[in-house]
Design a binder for this molecule. Structure first.
Ligand SMILES: [Zn+2]
Length: 350
């Protein structure tokens, strides 16, 4: 018997340090329902699995489908990961170590589960369905609490021999600069991320410069992208200045990458870019073009990501579909109970 298993609906899971987003994705790449939970980040792996399963149940229920119609799942997670074993090696944000998240979720969901790095999943979704879909050579940068990225060359998400290629947030652009979360100094992330913006705003406020954000950061314990965008809109000078500096530093890093890789497009996403909109992207583009000596005609297009916070859900789902179609999801991820369903999945066109 020869058949191709082509799941009509896939669960996409975006596991972040603060929130979990789960969505049901159809074959055309539409998110047909979503559910959200806070990440029980300090409670470890089993609590995270419980929260994901809870959100998955809600997303499936609100999609109007039955749970056996959703016969495949993908998850994007912070790492480092062992993608092929389905294991989170460790994560500073999740309090887990060597946790077999794919098999644990597979058992709970009753279907195969593919694991991928969260940033790579989001970038891949933008490449396939979003702002990068017209190109085959794209650099993706995601600016939030940290800065992540990935690179697509000739239509392939670059893995590298390290399996960690694309970490553009940790390019050093200011030797001896501010300490980065990675332990190095002067990385793009240490100068352009939301964490860097918040640190400089607090420093400016301590020096006596007025900003509505000083009090908000102190009260909430962190800078929210929405608060930053509101302050910029209200022409808060400290906020404006620090956003410009962030855009400048990110542009320096991206200009380097344009020189090295000559991509067709650079796509900028993440919470900061999403909240600040096109004006931030333009500032980054100006800074990048100013440094891209290899691109004097500004041939490389620099644009904002298009999928918002659905990118992680969509990327995880698409990667799961592709890996499964190519037979790359190891048998170990198939729960024993799901084996018969793989031969005759409900609703399949086998
Ligand atoms: Zn770093």
């Amino acid at each position: 018997m020869n058949f191709r298993w082509d799941p009509a609906f896939t669960l996409g899971i975006d596991l972040g340090g603060t929130k979990i987003l789960v969505g049901v994705v159809d074959r055309e790449g539409n998110v047909i329902s979503r559910a959200k939970r806070s990440t029980p980040a300090s409670e470890g792996g089993p609590a995270i699995v419980t929260a994901i399963l809870d959100a998955a149940g809600e997303a499936i229920q609100s999609s109007g489908l039955s749970s056996d119609q959703v016969a495949l799942a993908g998850i994007g997670s912070p790492g480092p990961l062992d993608v092929h074993a389905g294991v989170i090696r460790w994560s500073a944000n999740l309090n887990v170590r060597d946790f077999p998240i794919a098999s644990e979720l597979s058992r709970g969901l009753g279907c195969p589960v593919a694991l991928e790095n969260d940033v790579r999943a989001g970038g891949y979704a933008e490449y396939r369905l979003g702002a990068g879909r017209d190109y085959r050579n794209v650099v993706f940068a995601f600016v939030g609490t940290g800065i992540g990225g990935c690179v697509v060359v000739n239509g392939e998400l670059i893995d590298g021999v390290t399996h960690n290629a694309g970490e553009l947030g940790h390019m050093v652009i200011k030797v001896g600069g501010p300490r980065c979360g990675c332990g190095s100094r002067g990385c793009v992330e240490s100068l352009a991320s939301k964490t860097a913006i918040a640190r400089r705003i607090q420093k400016a406020v301590r020096k006596g410069l007025p900003s509505v954000l000083g009090e908000r950061i102190a009260r909430k314990g962190r800078l929210k992208s929405r608060d930053l965008a509101e302050a910029v809109q209200a022409k808060d000078l400290v906020a404006l200045n620090e956003v410009q500096r962030s855009a400048h530093f990110l542009g320096v890093g991206l200009g380097n990458l344009i020189n090295v890789l000559g991509p067709e497009a650079v796509v900028i996403g993440g919470g900061v870019s999403h909240a600040l909109g096109d004006s931030y992207t333009e500032m980054v583009a100006n800074s990048a073009h100013n440094r891209a000596i290899a691109d004097p005609e500004h041939v490389t297009i620099i644009r904002r990501a298009a999928l918002g916070d659905n990118a992680g859900i969509l990327g995880a789902a698409i990667i799961a579909q592709e890996r499964f179609a190519q037979g790359e999801i190891p048998r170990a991820h198939h729960p024993e109970s799901a084996q018969p369903a793989l031969a005759a999945p409900p609703g399949s066109k086998a």
